[in-house]
Design a protein around this ligand. Sequence first.
Ligand code: PGA
Length: 253
Amino acid sequence: MKKLVVGNWKMNPSTLDEAKRITKKIQQASQVLVNTEVVLCPPSVFISSCVPKKSVPNFNIGAQSVFFEEEGSYTGEISANMLKDIGVTHIISGHSEERARGDTDEIVSKKVKAILDVGVIPIVCVGEILRDNEDGSHFDFLKNQIKNTFANIPKKYAKEIVLAYEPVWAIGAKEAMVPEQVYEMVLFVKKEFADLFGNDLALKTTVLYGGSVNFRNASDIMKVGQADGLLVGRESINTAGFEELLKEVDKNI
Ligand code: PGA
């Protein structure tokens, strides 16, 4: 299975020209990859300009967010089908920055279902807000979050889901989680997913790590942490750093 690197640009960059420039560079870098696929998630207003006119090897465009209704009077919102229609293949949901603005597990679950209903791949973020290694409460937190998010998802859909384990305390931080802990947590997430959907499926499920990933730590997170890929924030709009990161991941099968 190829590794997956997702670039979450968040509310960056501030101009369309810059968005196009970064996209072009990353398209070029993606074409030469052997073991890795790339999904860039620009702000929604830039998506149409970033979707390649002809398909580019190992390169796709995703969205950062979606609303769960199909259509109707929902000012400001965008549906999964609208995103699919303009060429989006993946949609992030449950990102901690959206959860912090009010998305509960129930809302995330509805969004995941809406994404799956239109045949797009959801990248579902889970992760503890705080971590106390002594009391281990992060395991309970994660267990509940995974159960609440996926309990209502039909099993036939589960194989399409990409999970992104993102410990909230490591997002936008100075340092990523240490790779040994990433390893433990990736296994834990797969185990919880297995409890819902069975071992075979969980073993095949892509689990990304996200939180302060850069070109320097990417290799160890992949190798020692045994993640199936990465969800990258800040480093994904730093073109040179992101290109380097892609090379590092591609070397690491
Ligand atoms: P970061 O963001 O890489 O800037 O920490 C990761 C994320 O929010 O997905």
